[in-house]
Design a protein around this ligand. Sequence first.
Ligand code: SIN
Ligand code: FE2
Length: 214
Amino acid sequence: MPPSSQKNFPEGFQHYPLYFSLSQQQDLIEAVKQGVAAAPFFQPTMPRTGAPLSVVMSNFGPLGWVTDKEKGYRYEAVHPKTDKPWPDLPSLLGNLWDAVTDFPARPEATLINWYKEDKASKMGMHVDNDENDLRAPVVSVSLGDPAMFRIGGPKRGGPTQGIKLFSGDVVVLAGEARLCHHGVSKVFYGESALVPKGGRINLTMRRVNGVNRP
Ligand code: SIN
Ligand code: FE2
């Protein structure tokens, strides 16, 4: 029984502890290293204020999530600095999507968030709602240092539940959980040696565009 079922998590919240073995986690880190060799981590900034987010980002797949002062949150087919397409989605991640969702199309965007110790990176409470098709689940993978993930309800500012995510864990936000506020309140820096320069990497897979279904 996953720990998530023991608490009052929103319907559709699924937690798969240690979905990926250590050797698969190492393969995923290798894929991230190759990805960011082609599409380097960039510093996202908030719409309007231009304040930097505390994470740095890159993406896999035909679309990548980006944000900056001028144009705000959006999906783009090319990297904001290199103007080149994002690297292909690693097969381990495509297979994960197929295994944990029944959505009939693969996600276009997989965001790579690197939570860095020197920046004390966290992620404020937010809803993922920049996608055109909000029916597809969001699937995310935790690698490296553990983190306190918090999830609330559809309204901002309500009560939240916390769950500690460890390296290799997978979280699915489907059903009601898909549009619930969530964030990362704390990273337990220095606990894992998986990420070469330390910290935590989160891979978030999202379907952006609709799919014609029979
Ligand atoms: C996010 O919701 O964008 C990231 C979640 C996480 O890092 O676990
Ligand atoms: Fe999110």
